[in-house]
Unconditional design. Structure first.
Length: 84
């Protein structure tokens, strides 16, 4: 068993990297990163790519107005079905 993160190989660390990023962990504080220049450089590259991706694909939330339009449209449907 290689539970000690300091003794893990670069391949083992890099295999865990997507999971670490996914959990939002502070990867720069990881013992392997602290002791491995290679993986520090890799992480820096990944962060640059991630930052570029955020700028290319910003998260656009639907404006409240849109939902108000949808709600009023549904309301009108209901009202028209009552008459008759
Ligand atoms: Zn490494």
């Amino acid at each position: 068993m290689t539970d000690d993160p300091k003794n893990m190989s670069c391949a083992e660390f890099q295999a865990q990297l997507p999971e670490l990023i996914g959990t939002g962990a502070d990867i720069s504080a990881h013992p392997h990163i602290q002791s491995c220049e290679l993986c520090r450089a890799l992480l820096a590259d990944l962060e640059t790519i991630a930052e570029a991706a955020r700028q290319l694909f910003p998260i656009v939330e639907p404006p409240d107005e849109l939902w108000e339009h949808i709600e009023s449209a549904i309301q009108q449907e209901k009202d028209s079905s009552h008459s008759g």
